[in-house]
Design a protein around this ligand. Structure first.
Ligand SMILES: Cc1cc2nc3c(=O)[nH]c(=O)nc-3n(C[C@H](O)[C@H](O)[C@H](O)COP(=O)(O)OP(=O)(O)OC[C@H]3O[C@@H](n4cnc5c(N)ncnc54)[C@H](O)[C@@H]3O)c2cc1C
Length: 398
């Protein structure tokens, strides 16, 4: 794709986000998704008509077929609002589930699950983490899928299954062979949420907010939940390998979304610093401490973007496996930048930053999770250190 075509798409996306999506935020903050549902749908319809829905997917599935590096830039534009990715139908976890089904789903799975997901007709969720097992050790799962005739019977409990509320299906990681080596024990299974034995127990309150629909994190029980063997994605025991593949580009998507969040937070910080007077004629922006906060955020965001785009280009050119260490690097680095930029933005806004009168406090609450999900900071730092230290004959244990 040429620079002009890319810039044209980015320009259109920016207009929809900044002149449409952002306007829904006050009502969203006051009343949740329910308060804006019809207007959100109308915006999605506009995006659909402009041919920009699910931009990460190939045209055969209605997408724009953008390479990762271009989709990454677009993701930054969408990150300007917490509603941006949803309006364009490329929100997590659906975006990862779509890519998984695209590359590894059977023809039947693609028709039944991927096509309506890509069209934005349904939503999905990804159920891997469990309340009683450390999520940072993804090969240690308690949930089992026992083979019975031509079926699997799933038993176990998952939590932090984002978007489970209202999802049409879940992709579940479950142990299908307890005797296999740890990395080959689990498989991924597609479970329609109307299947008997599947139960959404609750939306877990996160920082005081249980949310709903796409903005929620569910606890999900599997109690004798029976699905046919054709529900398995890929080979038996391939679950861990598929999860790794799903998470590589997924982390790029997160990182670029976070840079969009940071850009908006910095923009708001600058606007506030330029307007707010501490005394007649003495603006906040005249204080050196505020100037330094702005300078630090500017520098960190620019560094983060360069690192993420470098990683996206490497994945496009050499594949996800070649960029594994780079992905670990950006995952913890950009999550840290996000944390600090949001904190500075709240600080400069004073008490206003803690209210629902701006989007900052929503992000401050919800984006703290960035340093935990898709691998906590510590795990990614160890993974990177392993890569850096290998030439020195040191094998770092993660
Ligand atoms: C908002 C949110 C959304 C999520 N969405 C999903 C989802 O859709 N689907 C899903 O399956 N999961 C989801 N998760 C779960 C997420 O992936 C896990 O929380 C994550 O993998 C960490 O697992 P854990 O919470 O069990 O923490 P633990 O594994 O118990 O780790 C706790 C802490 O220990 C430290 N730690 C862990 N390992 C090491 C190490 N090797 N060295 C040093 N310190 C370490 C870290 O500080 C870590 O935060 C979500 C989580 C959040 C917060």
């Amino acid at each position: 794709m040429g620079d002009a075509a890319r810039d044209g798409i980015l320009h259109r996306v920016r207009a929809i986000v900044r002149e449409g999506v952002v306007l829904l935020e006050p009502d969203f903050l006051a009343g949740g998704l329910g308060a804006i549902a019809p207007r959100l749908d109308a915006l999605r319809q506009r995006v659909r008509e402009e041919g920009l829905l699910a931009p990460h997917l190939p045209p055969a599935y209605g997408g724009a077929g953008l390479p990762l590096a271009v989709f990454g830039r677009l993701s930054e534009e969408l990150g300007w609002s917490p509603l941006g990715h949803y309006v364009f139908n490329c929100q997590a976890p659906d975006v990862g589930n779509m890519e998984l089904l695209l590359h590894h789903g059977s023809a039947e799975q693609k028709e039944r699950f991927l096509r309506p997901l890509a069209a934005g007709a349904i939503r999905s969720c990804f159920a891997m983490t469990e309340p009683d097992r450390a999520g940072s050790n993804p090969v240690w799962l308690a949930t089992t899928a026992r083979a019975e005739g031509t079926d699997y019977v799933i038993d176990g409990r998952k939590w932090f299954t984002s978007g489970a509320d209202g999802a049409a299906f879940a992709i579940v990681m479950a142990v299908t062979d307890v005797l296999a080596p740890p990395h080959k024990r689990a498989s991924m299974l597609l479970v329609p949420t109307e299947t008997p034995g599947y139960r959404l127990v609750r939306n877990i309150p996160v920082m005081g907010d249980a949310g709903s629909g796409y903005f929620s994190h569910g606890e999900v029980a599997f109690e004798g939940c029976r699905v046919p063997a054709t529900a398995r994605i890929g080979a038996p025991g391939a679950g861990f390998a598929l999860a790794q593949e799903r998470l590589g580009p997924g982390r790029i998507h997160h990182c670029l979304r976070w840079i969009g969040v940071c850009e908006r937070a910095l923009h708001m910080t600058c606007e506030r610093a330029a307007r707010r007077e501490l005394a007649p004629g003495v603006r906040l922006a005249s204080k050196q401490a505020v100037q330094h906060a702005i300078a630090e955020s500017r520098a960190e965001i620019d560094a983060a973007r360069l690192l993420v785009l470098r990683t996206a280009e490497r994945i496009d050119a050499e594949g996800a496996a070649a960029a594994r260490a780079d992905v670990s690097l950006i995952k913890f680095f950009v999550a840290g930048v996000l944390d600090r930029v949001l904190d500075r933005a709240v600080q400069v806004h004073g008490a206003l930053g803690l209210t629902e009168d701006t989007i900052l406090s929503f992000w401050y609450r919800h984006e703290r999770a960035a340093r935990i999900y898709d691998g906590p900071d510590e795990v990614h730092k160890s993974a990177l250190a392993r890569h850096v230290l290998r030439p020195y004959g040191v094998d770092v244990e993660i």
